[in-house]
Ligand binder design. Structure first.
Ligand code: PDD
Length: 287
């Protein structure tokens, strides 16, 4: 397996990062995950725009132009022969020795690392859905930045895993924000309801596509958010991300959502989402 370190493609077991890289010491960096189907990227430009935007929000300069980065990512996918899979890109602020919270006035060279793996579509996710738990959202107040600091997300996801569930749906007090690694939505009386895109959630690229196709399919979208009480009375619940598309949530904290099966609007949205993938990446096995 080949990985990218800075602008070099190298064997995975030869790849090294500095122990005093600020990404390692402080989680000082940003990342993206982009999905490829049939050898074609889906919403590549949107992900790259968000990567540069996240970097700009922490005053981190990405040392490559967008075409240079594209050439590096393409070479990584090709070297690993990826057809349907994911690429993870991380950009850290780079090395600083001795360690200091203060960011050097002359910034170190930012360090790009990236790896890619073949991950086939798991249609059981979309058809059968998954269970979730509820968890207080204890993360910081800049969840709009796709930062490498994922401890709050990771601990919440791990609690879900320990409870035999797939995802933790996070809430700040009464208000549901998002999942630990996905955006969260509920359907009530035919309306699609989700948290507003602000500093409390990551504005998912999948979310952008879903809201657009909802509109095109005359499903009213309400971006005012919803409470735990609303969630308890939801007709349908689902989560979305690059890696899990539109995944129904069929049980929350042991209680069934609706009849415990994927609901009709969730299916309609996933069908429309699948069409968007096929427009950019060609035919997919229909699920
Ligand atoms: N996570 N919210 C959070 C906290 C996320 O980590 C993600 C994605 C999303 C959805 O974003 P998008 O639709 O652009 O993938 C929302 C990715 C998959 C990850 O960290 O692996």
């Amino acid at each position: 397996m080949k990985v990218l370190v800075k602008n070099q493609l190298i064997e995975r077991d030869e790849a090294k990062v500095d122990v005093e890289d600020r990404g390692y010491q402080f989680g000082d960096g940003v990342y993206e995950v982009i999905r490829m189907y049939n050898g074609q990227f889906f919403t590549y430009d949107e992900h790259i725009e968000r990567l540069y935007a996240s970097a700009a929000k922490i005053d981190l300069e990405i040392p490559y132009s967008k075409p240079e980065l594209r050439a590096l990512v393409d070479s990584l996918m090709k070297a690993n022969n990826i057809g349907t899979g994911n690429v993870y890109l991380q950009i850290t602020r780079g090395e600083q020795s001795p360690r200091n919270h203060v960011i050097p006035s002359t910034p170190p060279e930012a360090v790009l690392t990236a790896s890619a793996s073949e991950v086939p579509r798991d249609t059981t996710l979309f058809e059968n859905g998954r269970k979730a738990i509820l968890e207080e959202d204890v993360r910081w107040l800049r969840c709009d930045i796709k930062s490498l600091n994922l401890l709050g997300n990771s601990i919440a996801k791990n609690k879900a895993h320990q409870a035999g569930a797939f995802e933790a749906i996070l809430h700040r007090g009464e208000n549901v924000t998002e999942g630990s690694a996905a955006n969260a939505y509920m359907i009530k009386d035919g309306k699609l309801i989700t948290h507003a895109s602000n500093n409390l959630i990551l504005e998912g690229i999948t979310r952008q596509v879903i809201l657009r196709v909802a509109d095109e399919n005359d499903i009213p979208v309400v971006e005012s958010g919803f409470t735990l009480t609303d969630l308890a009375g939801a007709d349908e619940v689902f989560i979305s991300s690059t890696t899990i598309e539109v995944t129904p949530i069929i049980e929350i904290d042991g209680k069934l959502v609706g009849d415990g099966k994927r609901g009709p609007i969730t299916k309609k949205l996933h069908d429309a989402f699948t069409k968007e993938i096929m427009k950019q990446c060609g035919e997919l096995a229909v699920n």
